[in-house]
Design a protein around this ligand. Structure first.
Ligand code: A2P
Length: 348
């Protein structure tokens, strides 16, 4: 008999994709509960063609639930995840709230599913930019070790939520209609909680999340700290620049690595082609390389432009693209649930 699952934040950008991924999962499901704020209570959403009413999230929502997927912001997770765990629920959390907690596994199933065995009720889904980078770098780490990573991201707006997507679409319409850039509606991006807002349409903003230590943003720190935790390597050198671009879905990343042992482009390509969850698209002679638009709706991480650095012998460059709402969020979460089921770790 199947699991009762709940989606917290079911009306949001990630929640919507969680519902789609649950429609496709081979996880045995009994009941699906859709939770959001009071604003959405009573709305009807479709699951496998049948209407399900959205309910307002309260602590009691978790009675009878086995697995809950949280994607309604860090404060909602902070408030309700432990309520759920106290009721025997396994929480798979999409926010950054618990990612760096010592007792919380931070999981990309292709990379470190063994850490699920240590879970104490909450499992954290890493940051979207970190997930696709980990998928691409794991085989290279196994091949030759990695000493250093420098990542520059080109991140899609849907990572900032459904309202941010609407904001960029509206700005784009206003610009095409001849509106001056200083008159554009700017209320959310780059970061809803920050003081200033700038247009993203026809622009690129080198700020994702708020600024923090050393003038790096929190998003950049997430890539640094989460990489060290997932790779179980506190010594690995990681640095990142995270940029929001006016792409609706799929993050692209330019990743530079330095390997510990000597290897080659051919060996790297070969290891990537054999790795789970990766599609290599790399044929410059045919202009073949990963594109954000082509990866939308796909669960895999796409890797191309694999080449050696021109000056550094053990330096390599990669272009890594994946759907930020799927592998970066909803699919990775449902894949964690499937893996918990396979490892018999749901009801413990
Ligand atoms: P609602 O649609 O009712 O506001 P996104 O990441 O696209 O912005 O979506 C955020 C999701 O989190 C939405 O489903 C939203 O529900 C939900 N949410 C936001 N705040 C709360 C809250 N305090 N309690 C429950 N759900 C919330």
């Amino acid at each position: 008999d199947g699991y009762n699952v709940a989606v917290v934040g079911a009306t949001g950008a990630v929640g919507t994709k969680l519902i789609e991924m649950l429609e496709q999962t081979n996880l045995p499901l009994k009941n699906v509960k859709l939770l959001a704020s009071q604003r959405s209570a009573g709305r009807k959403l479709l699951f496998k063609g049948a209407g399900i009413f959205v309910e307002e999230l309260t602590a009691d929502s978790f009675d009878d639930v086995d697995i809950a997927f949280f994607s309604a912001g860090g404060s909602t997770s902070q408030k309700f995840a432990s309520e759920a765990v106290n009721r025997g629920v396994v929480v798979i959390d999409n926010t950054s709230q618990f990612r760096m907690d010592k007792d919380t596994p931070l999981v990309v199933p292709e990379v470190n599913k063994e850490t699920l065995k240590q879970h104490q009720g909450i499992i954290a889904n890493p940051n979207c930019s970190t997930i696709q980078m980990m998928v691409a770098l794991k085989p290279i780490k196994e091949l030759a070790g990695i000493d250093r990573i420098i990542a520059s991201t080109y991140q899609a707006v849907s990572g900032a939520g459904a309202r941010a997507v609407e904001e960029v679409k509206q700005q784009s319409r206003e610009i095409l209609d001849g509106e001056l850039t200083e008159n554009l509606t700017t209320e959310i991006l780059p970061v809803a909680s920050d003081k200033k807002h700038y247009p993203l349409a026809f622009n690129a903003l080198a700020q994702i999340d708020e600024f923090a230590e050393e003038d790096y943003t929190k998003e950049e720190w997430k890539m640094v700290n989460e990489t060290k935790k997932i790779m179980e390597d506190s010594q690995i050198k990681v640095s990142a620049t995270c940029v929001r671009v006016p792409v609706i879905t799929s993050h692209s990343e330019s990743i530079y690595i330095e390997t510990i042992e000597q290897t080659s482009v051919d060996q790297i390509r070969d290891s990537l082609e054999k790795a789970p969850g990766i599609v290599v698209e790399d044929d410059p002679s045919q202009q073949v390389y990963p594109q954000a638009l082509n990866s939308v709706g796909k669960k895999e991480t796409f890797v191309g432009r694999i080449r050696q650095d021109l000056d550094i012998e053990d330096g390599y460059h990669l272009w890594v693209v994946s759907d930020n709402l799927l592998k970066g969020a909803a699919w990775n979460s449902v894949q964690i649930a499937e893996t918990l089921h396979e490892m018999d770790l749901v009801r413990v």
